[in-house]
Design a protein around this ligand. Structure first.
Ligand SMILES: [Zn+2]
Length: 204
């Protein structure tokens, strides 16, 4: 991973920030490791009844590594920023008894770069996120933007845990939450692993 053009202190800040939220959400037993192969295999074999994925719109119409078998019950939602609270996703999770939800971010996200611009700071949810955007804009390195992208996946999971409908479902054990990140440069999917509180690459 290149850290060219970025001072060690700033990279350390970014890593510390994502480390904090990673520790926080890893405490929840409903946040588990589930990679793309496990998702596909479990759906096809019937071990898993259903699942929903929410991905960022600008990753494109072809969402890499999401099971495409027509025989499985997989609900794919797409919007800019992979937000769970729009497009009827919460209603689907409740109404269809969804057991697994994946929040799926990606590298080189033009929407994140748009949000990071100072004139769009009103769309930033927290001060921590604003600081991350500032650091990523300053360094403008792939590593920094990747960290911000993964941070935003974790933010979405955190918001789901705090949601008055989704939170209790997850706490009751009926719903598991997962974080994915597609690294287009490496053409690899990375999955959030609560045991190590970080995203790890899935071997191809
Ligand atoms: Zn995007």
């Amino acid at each position: 991973m290149s850290i060219e053009g970025q001072s060690p202190a700033k990279l350390a800040n970014l890593v510390d920030t994502i480390g904090g939220i990673a520790s926080e959400i890893s405490k929840h037993p409903c946040v588990t490791y589930l990679d793309d192969v496990q998702l596909s295999d479990n759906l096809v074999s019937g071990v898993m009844k259903n699942a929903a994925v929410v991905a960022c719109s600008d990753v494109g119409a072809w969402v890499p590594y999401v099971c495409s078998s027509a025989s499985v019950k997989l609900f794919l939602f797409q919007n800019f920023g992979h937000h769970f609270e729009s497009g009827g996703m919460v209603e689907t999770i409740v109404g269809k008894g969804i057991q697994n939800v994946v929040v799926y971010g990606h590298s080189d996200c033009k929407y994140i770069k748009f949000l990071a611009r100072p004139e769009n700071s009103d769309k930033t949810k927290t001060e921590e996120q604003r600081q991350l955007y500032v650091a990523a804009l300053e360094s403008d390195s792939q590593a920094a933007w990747k960290t911000v992208g993964q941070y935003n996946v974790l933010v979405e999971l955190k918001q789901m845990l705090a949601d008055p409908i989704i939170g209790p479902l997850a706490a009751s054990g009926k719903l598991n939450l997962h974080g994915w990140f597609y690294d287009a440069v490496a053409a690899q999917i990375e999955v959030f692993a609560p045991k190590i509180k970080a995203f790890i690459g899935v071997p191809k």
